[in-house]
Design a protein around this ligand. Structure first.
Ligand code: ADP
Ligand code: ZN
Length: 608
């Protein structure tokens, strides 16, 4: 192995306690160590930070990290310091005297990584150039430079001067946004045309995907609470469509004994900060949020994300589920989806400035929600990445739909639609099929139709599912511009007149289908024991975090606790070799953790 790789691996083990690099981390490190510019495109959790932190540790001088958000800076500085790496941030939330002190320390070569906002960097840098040895300039969240991106920040545009002022200092741009337009923009605006580009897969394998369709409000809450119950003591986010929904959801959950809080852009800043901090510190496990929540959150132990309604496009969906499982441990994403969501979102899309683009995006999202093939394949193909085989970690893969001859079912529905002259929406059609006594059904005389009640052997949810599939198959259409009425397509007419047959996925809503899927136990005998050890480890982590004033995941990630629970180290030597335990954390924590493990093992022996 070459010298640089050995040195990099040694630093990785010493400071972070990791033994191997993630894909392309080393290549990116090598690139800037050789003085070249680099662009790193990796998904959330892909390990971008190490790509500039390791070069910082291997080089003389200080690495400058440009970051757009205070919270992100603070998080990274906390994490670095916890690993014994001298890092600091300059920002407006600190006193000027403190900021100056940090700059003095940089000049005194006591800081290896300096985090700074773009506007601040631009005002400071004039005075630095000569006397400061800058080893690398890292531009985090580099998509902020692009007007095409979802998070444009004008201050970022002025960063183009960096390459002019420091032609010999390598620049590394990092982002989790990989689309070509944004990528080209970054290279152009930062003046790094020769940057080598490192792209990894955007597949987040550890996040399982699930969609539950068409539940009424009560059933939805029931499924949601069952889902949360499976994640006792774990942090998660519930995304809601509106501020009001977020508040209502939090209220509902708290009323039935959960500990949750709402978070949305309409709340006072102080309250938002309080809620976010409580979430980071594991004091409030459940956040009911609008999309405003998540930017600037690095919390690695978010174990689940729920979409209470379908999001408006795949980009949002991918970003939001991506907040779960950054530590690489299993995480779950659950989405609830209904016709009503589509109607609501369709209205938003139409009112937006770019309605045709937004409607197309909504359609793609809908196709994902209604998919009867591997969801991950659909998700990744949207981002132009092809998955060679089914993922095995989505609901479709786990419960492949059973196919049935759906011709008669379709004919019943089509005939009902025809008999109301294509002038009714989904709910009324189902009411007619099921022979509902609702007053407006009777008032309109629908109870006299020939199709009235022919479908009463199927539940409302079943009909909803079949109509959805008919829509997906192009048998019917929803006229969004005409009261959401159902229309029969040409293909539908063929089926109605028995010229074609149709296969449908069988609907079944029984408890089996939504039963918690059991993870394959790794060590069957140890599982219950490890779980009780795990919760003790979490308590210890929480106590340490409180004492040090940092979030628990900064002390150790869930993955490290899992390793401790499995390996059960009882000596300092054993503890020091564990995944995620570097030199600093060994010194800081070995006593507390090994004695906890030892007393746990003791109590187990006594029970025998
Ligand atoms: P990103 O910035 O791309 O979202 P991070 O740099 O925050 O990702 O890394 C995500 C998680 O993976 C962190 O907990 C980090 O410590 C961990 N990690 C990064 N690189 C490695 C590695 N080579 N081996 C093990 N864990 C790693
Ligand atoms: Zn799958």
């Amino acid at each position: 192995m070459d010298n640089l790789r050995l040195k990099a691996l040694a630093v990785l083990k010493r400071f972070y306690g990791y033994s191997n690099f993630y894909p392309y981390q080393y290549e990116a490190i090598e690139c800037v160590m050789n003085g070249r510019d680099a662009m790193v495109l990796m998904p959330t959790g892909g390990g971008k930070s190490l790509c500039f932190q390791i070069p910082a540790l291997l080089s003389e001088g200080c690495t400058i990290v440009v970051s757009p958000l205070l919270a992100l800076m603070k998080d990274q500085v906390d994490a670095l310091q916890a690993n014994g790496i001298p890092a600091a941030a300059i920002n407006s939330s600190q006193s000027e005297a403190f900021n100056r002190e940090i700059i003095d320390q940089v000049f005194a070569k006591r800081i290896k990584l300096l985090y700074i906002s773009p506007e601040r960097l631009l005002t400071e840098i004039e005075s630095w150039s000569a006397a400061m040895k800058i080893s690398l300039i890292a531009i985090d969240e580099a998509h902020c430079i692009s007007q095409w991106g979802h998070d444009f920040r004008p201050e970022y545009m002025r960063l183009s001067m960096l390459k002019k002022q420091f032609p010999d200092v390598p620049v590394m741009a990092l982002t989790a946004t990989a689309d070509r337009l944004t990528r080209n923009d970054i290279v152009r605006q930062l003046n790094i045309p020769d940057a080598r580009i490192f792209i990894t897969s955007f597949d987040r394998k550890n996040i399982s995907l699930q969609v539950i369709k068409n539940l009424s409000g009560k059933d939805k809450l029931h499924e949601l609470t069952r889902f949360i119950d499976r994640h006792k003591g774990e942090s998660g986010i519930i995304y809601c469509l509106s501020r009001k929904n977020a508040e209502k959801m939090a209220e509902k959950l708290n009323k039935i004994g959960y500990n949750s809080a709402a978070f949305h852009a309409g709340m006072p800043t102080a309250e938002k900060e309080r809620v976010q901090q409580a979430f980071l510190n594991d004091d409030i496990p459940i956040i009911c949020a609008t999309i405003a929540f998540g930017m600037g959150i690095n919390k690695s132990n978010v174990r689940w994300v729920v979409h209470s309604n379908m999001p408006k496009n795949m980009e949002c969906y991918y970003q939001e589920i991506g907040r779960a499982g950054r530590d690489g441990m299993p995480a779950e994403a659950l989405m609830f989806y209904s016709f009503g969501d589509v109607a609501t979102l369709m209205n938003f899309a139409r009112e937006s400035g770019q309605s045709s683009v937004n409607i197309d995006k909504l359609r793609r999202m809908q196709q994902y929600a209604e998919a009867s093939v591997c969801r991950r394949r659909i998700l990744l193909s949207y981002f132009n990445e092809r998955l060679e085989c089914d993922c095995g970690n989505c609901d479709v893969c786990k419960n492949p739909p059973e196919r049935i001859d759906g011709t008669v079912i379709c004919q019943m529905a089509l005939s009902a639609i025809a008999r109301v002259n294509e002038n009714e929406g989904v709910t009324t059609i189902i009411d007619i099929l099921r022979g509902s006594q609702k007053t407006d059904i009777v008032a309109k005389g629908y109870n006299k139709l020939k199709t009235y009640g022919v479908g009463r052997n199927l539940t409302f949810a079943a009909w909803n599912s079949y109509l959805l599939q008919m829509l997906q198959l192009g048998i019917i259409d929803i006229a969004y511009d005409d009261g959401n009425h159902l229309k029969i397509t040409e293909y539908g007419h063929d089926i109605l007149h028995s010229m074609r047959t149709v296969q449908l996925s069988k609907f079944y809503y029984d408890n089996n289908r939504h039963k918690p899927e059991k993870e394959a136990p790794r060590l069957p005998v140890d599982i219950p024991l490890n779980q009780s050890l795990m919760s003790k480890l979490k308590e210890l982590r929480y106590a340490i975090a409180k004492a040090h004033g940092v979030p628990p995941y900064i002390v150790f990630s869930d993955k490290v606790l899992d390793v401790i629970a499995t390996q059960k180290p009882t000596t300092k030597a054993q503890f020091s070799t564990l995944y995620g335990v570097g030199e600093r954390k060994t010194e800081m924590y070995w006593r507390q953790f090994t004695s906890l493990v030892a007393s746990f093992l003791n109590s187990q022996d006594n029970e025998k």
